[in-house]
Structures are given as C-alpha cells and as structure tokens.
Design a protein around this ligand. Structure first.
Ligand SMILES: Cc1ncc(COP(=O)(O)OP(=O)(O)O)c(N)n1
Ligand SMILES: Cc1nc(C(=O)O)sc1CCOP(=O)(O)O
Ligand SMILES: [Mg+2]
Length: 207
C-alpha cells in the first residue's frame, strides 16, 4: 500500500503576499499536490496572482492543478485540473489537458459517480465531505467506509476532502486514502500554516 500524501488547496481568496506564505509551506516538503481554488477571486486579478503560485509549486516539485477551469490550467502551464459534477464534463477537461495531464473528479459520497469517473479515465476520484467544513457548504457527507471500499477494490487513487485537520485526519488515512485534500486545516490552523503542514507531515510519515 502506498503512503497517503497531502494535497493542499489554496484559500478561496488570496492577496499578492500569499505566494511567499505558500512558498514557505511548500518548502516543508510535505504537500505533493497543490490545487488553486480561487473561487472568490475576481477574474481580473488571476493573471497577476496565478503565475507566482505555479512557479512556487514547480520550484518545490509539487504537482499543480487548477480548480474548475481546464482553460486556465492549460494557459498557465499547470499539470491538470479538478472538476466537479457541475463543472466542465470529464471529456472536455481531458481534451484540454491532454493524455498526460491530470484530471480529478469530485464524486461526493457516490460509488456510482466514482466508478463512472474511473471508467472514463479520471486520474483520481474525490470523496467528501469527510467532516464539517467552513470552506464551503458541501453537497454530501462521506464516511471512511467509502474510502475503505474504494481503496480495497480499485487501483485509481482516491482523495478524501472536507474539514480534514491534523487532529482528525488519522481515521481517513487509516481507511486507505491516497491523498488527504486540505484547505482550512492548513491556512486557518491555530498554530499557523507552517506548523500545520509539519503536523500533517508527522502524521503521514508515521505510517
Ligand atoms: C480534491 C477535490 N475534491 C473535491 C473538490 C470539490 O469540487 P467541486 O465539487 O467542483 O466544488 P468546488 O471546489 O468547485 O467548490 C475539490 N475542489 N477538490
Ligand atoms: C472544496 C471542497 N469540496 C468538498 C467536497 O466535499 O467535495 S469539501 C471542500 C472544502 C475543502 O476545504 P477544507 O479542507 O477547508 O474543508
Ligand atoms: Mg468545481
């Protein structure tokens, strides 16, 4: 069984200083994937904000994915895109990022959605929300059972998302998640983002 990895998600809105904070967080060497999820950012600010984030990810050897927008993933030279059930359809995302690009798909708490996404060729399926979260109003809540089932039956990696913190991540990791996707559990951690990723690092390397 491969070790669970940290999949970091940006806050929904950032300022120009965020790239420096991100750099210090990625320098800890804990996160292996970064998703740019700038849901609350005015579109006209994206050209100024995205390139330094992509550069920071590449500098630290971190895979960088765009949320929702295959077009932006391609435009800014990212590794791929994450799409939800109401975003660009899988085929459109795949056509944009190509065979070697990464396409991840939200599957909520649905085995059916996950099997469909995997059959189409998704690089990973995401289940959530595992815990209550202040980052968004999730469509569903998922239990560790679906993570356990998926990881026992399928080869396609699974991501667990929603309300995950260093304090509550253990059952999700033990269930077999290939990745834990985290936003607030890093950026809003009371000890600060760098301490939070260190805590995730300690958890993940203990297994
Ligand atoms: C890794 C990961 N999993 C799930 C989501 C949620 O995507 P979606 O359902 O499209 O919701 P928004 O993120 O667009 O609000 C995700 N972003 N990343
Ligand atoms: C973006 C997102 N998608 C979810 C899903 O259930 O599909 S939960 C979620 C929020 C992730 O942020 P945090 O780590 O702060 O809870
Ligand atoms: Mg989406």
């Amino acid at each position: 069984m491969s070790r669970c990895q940290l999949y970091l998600i940006t806050p929904p809105r950032i300022d120009a200083g965020f790239a420096e904070l991100l750099d210090s967080v990625l320098a800890e060497g804990v996160a292996s994937v970064l998703q740019l999820r700038l849901k609350d950012q005015p579109e006209n600010q994206l050209p100024g904000l995205i390139p330094p984030l992509v550069k920071a990810a590449k500098r630290h050897g971190v895979t960088v994915l765009m949320n929702d927008r295959p077009d932006l993933a391609v435009h800014y030279g990212m590794d791929g895109v994450h799409v939800g059930q109401e975003d660009a359809p899988y085929a459109q995302a795949r056509a944009a990022v190509g065979k070697t690009g990464i396409v991840g798909v939200t599957c909520h708490d649905s085995r059916h959605l996950a099997m469909t996404a995997a059959e189409k060729g998704a690089d990973y399926v995401a289940f959530g929300a595992m815990y209550p979260t202040a980052t968004k109003s999730p469509k569903a809540s998922a239990s560790v059972d679906i993570i356990e089932w998926w990881s026992e039956v399928f080869e396609v990696p699974c991501v667990a998302i929603g309300g995950i913190t260093p304090e509550n991540a253990s059952p999700v990791i033990e269930a077999g998640a290939d990745f834990i996707a985290v936003s607030g559990g890093v950026w809003n951690h009371p000890a600060g983002p760098v301490e939070a990723v260190r805590a995730f690092g300690a958890l993940l390397s203990a297994r």
